[in-house]
Design a binder for this molecule. Structure first.
Ligand code: AQP
Length: 340
């Protein structure tokens, strides 16, 4: 069988749960903007159907969805250049996810560490949606025949599952239909850690607000969170080896490097020998300089929710135009009769 070459297309998404945090911005959104400006077609989604795999208050979900759209746009996503929409407006995602529920194996899903983390000890009480979440994520990506997916490190296992689903589908039906998607996990900020514990990922849903910088935080709050961030008593080293066994120090240096758009090595060559009492104000100043304009623009956009809804609706039309024919072809391959 001749190998099909898929046109490059980027897809990624973020859940509208709580406020966007610095790790989402550096590990995902900032990369989304870079890829949008690289000339490849880019499709960016607000994955509201993923959000409800754990309980969401409906009013909060609406606000979080609009706020995430505002964060994307304020960070530099151009809804004319990129396709920007919320997942529930494009039914092909869930329709393809059903097919993938029948392709993926229980054993594959049982190995997903995010399910284990999110379900915690009370696994029997987790929603079935949370268990099959990776199948919906595979559908989100493959319904656009996306070839590249920019994500943070924590999504690596789900992307491997997406590749397994695409390969099994192609193999089961003897087709070369779905691309084997490449994860794009690059840069110094693929895993931003909690400000309170350098071994734990920074997360929107961490119970401690001091563990993260929210994209809605004002300058004083950002400075306070950095000032109170956990560190160790030693001075900063001038080389990366000196950060071994110092997860909190490594995290703050990484955040600085990502915000300054440089490498960890270059930061260390400038700040090596400084105490945290001197480095933290430098980091706070840089964070405020980079993040304050985004939060100001987000606040401005949030004053016009109807305009945000209009942008998402228009994005959904464009997304549907790509997704629906791919879904129809999938049904055809599987053997579903369609009226012509
Ligand atoms: N700490 C992080 N460092 C780098 N990248 C990160 N991402 C998340 N946290 C970090 C990346 O952000 C994208 C969107 O993530 P998501 O909202 O879909 O789900 P998540 O990975 O579970 O993010 P959170 O913040 O931890 O959300 P909650 O608390 O709601 O589960 C992904 O590309 C992710 O890799």
């Amino acid at each position: 069988m001749a190998e099909v070459v898929h046109t490059p297309r980027v897809f990624s998404g973020i859940q509208p749960t709580n406020h966007l945090q610095l790790g989402n911005y550096l590990g995902a959104v900032k990369r989304f903007v870079e890829m949008q400006n690289s000339g490849i077609e880019t499709v960016y989604c607000i994955v509201d159907l993923h959000a409800i795999t754990v309980w969401q208050d409906p009013a909060d979900l609406r606000v979080a969805t609009r706020e995430l759209a505002a964060s994307y746009i304020a960070s530099g996503l151009d809804p004319e250049k990129s396709i920007l929409f919320n997942q529930s407006q494009v039914p092909a995602h869930t329709q393809l996810a059903w097919i993938f529920n029948c392709v993926a194996r229980m054993g594959w899903l049982n190995r997903m560490t995010q399910f284990k983390d999110k379900a915690g000890k009370n696994r029997e009480n987790a929603s079935t949606g949370l268990f099959v979440y990776p199948n919906l994520m595979a559908a989100d990506i493959l319904v656009y025949h996306a070839t590249h997916v920019p994500v943070g490190e924590d999504q690596k296992q789900h992307l491997e599952l997406t590749r397994d689903i695409a390969a099994k589908f192609n193999n089961d039906f003897g087709v070369d239909f779905f691309p084997i998607t490449e994860p794009v996990i690059e840069g110094v900020a693929t895993r931003v850690m909690s400000l309170r514990d350098g071994t734990k990922k920074m997360s929107k849903s961490d119970p401690s607000d001091m563990s993260r910088i929210n994209m809605t935080d004002d300058a004083d709050t950002i400075a306070k969170k950095i000032r109170k961030a956990k560190t160790d008593p030693d001075a900063l080293p001038s080389e990366a080896e000196g950060l071994e066994g110092r997860p909190e120090a490594r995290n703050l240096v990484n955040i600085y490097a990502a915000l300054a758009e440089t490498t960890m090595e270059s930061v260390l060559s400038d700040v090596g020998g400084k105490q945290f009492a001197e480095f933290k104000p430098m980091l706070a100043e840089l964070a405020v300089e980079k993040l304050a304009p985004i939060s100001l623009e987000m606040a401005r956009l949030m004053e016009a929710p109807d305009e945000i809804d209009r942008i998402l609706g228009r994005g959904a039309e464009r997304a549907n135009a790509i997704a629906q024919p791919i879904l129809e072809q999938t049904y055809d391959i599987v053997g579903m009769i369609r009226s012509r």
